[in-house]
Design a binder for this molecule. Structure first.
Ligand SMILES: [Zn+2]
Length: 234
């Protein structure tokens, strides 16, 4: 097996690895993802706030109904002809009226605190909408920037890929397959020299039995990092 071709392939492939890493670590892509996440959070928040506002409004409706009931009772008592009541009935009426007035003032307080809650929810809602809009704007911009970054390396990437494809035709299928399998697993470099009886990738010392089997034109798989190890000719 001639290892020169696979080494040549790997050298060219390292340029592709560099480009792939640049794309993976692209700051515009990361920013776009972050902004997208913020948009989703804002959407979730606005849904929760909507639900909260709905609850407060139904709470307000309940208080209003109770208010109306108490008010009607008050009016009913006010319209009574007190001249016709006994002293006992009159006392009862006064006590009831006091109680109603008390209830009304409690309900009034409840209403004003509910109104405060509504205002807080509205303020939060406005803030959330603003966050959503600014995130959306930043997202579109970052996405556009990322796409133009991609375009900038696209041609170079394609050129390398075409060259690699051509080169692969002159490489033994078995080793090419082993190479591609590791490459997909993000192992790079894939083919490394044996250095002082150790793997040139992870530097773990190899068992002597394995080294003795390694011929000049063959490769050995490192049990630790799974790289393909070859014997350097020198
Ligand atoms: Zn190794």
């Amino acid at each position: 097996m001639n290892l020169n071709k696979i080494l040549e392939y790997q050298k060219l492939d390292s340029d592709l690895v560099k480009i792939e890493r640049q794309i993976k670590d692209n700051s515009n892509k990361k920013l776009a993802n972050k902004m997208h996440e913020k948009m989703r959070e804002a959407q979730d928040r606005s849904l929760k706030l909507e639900e909260k506002a709905g609850n407060i409004f139904s709470e307000i409706e309940k208080v209003k109904k109770q208010f109306k009931i108490q008010q009607d009772k008050m009016e009913e008592f006010s319209s009574k002809d007190i001249q016709k009541l006994s002293k006992e009935e009159l006392n009862k009426l006064v006590a009831l009226k006091d109680k109603l007035a008390q209830n009304l003032s409690i309900l009034e307080r409840n209403l004003s605190s509910l109104a405060e809650n509504v205002n807080a929810v509205l303020a939060d809602f406005n803030k959330t909408i603003k966050t959503f809009n600014s995130s959306k704007e930043q997202f579109s911009k970052s996405k556009e920037d990322y796409e133009s970054d991609l375009k900038a390396v696209e041609r170079n990437k394609k050129e390398i890929e075409d060259k690699l494809k051509n080169l692969s035709k002159s490489i033994e299928p078995k080793i090419m397959e082993a190479y591609q399998k590791r490459r997909k697993e993000n192992i790079f470099p894939v083919v490394v020299p044996l250095i002082n009886n150790s793997c040139g990738g992870c530097h773990i010392e190899l068992p002597y039995a394995n080294i003795s089997k390694l011929q000049d034109d063959s490769v050995l798989t490192c049990e630790h990092c799974h790289r393909l190890i070859y014997k350097a000719n020198n």
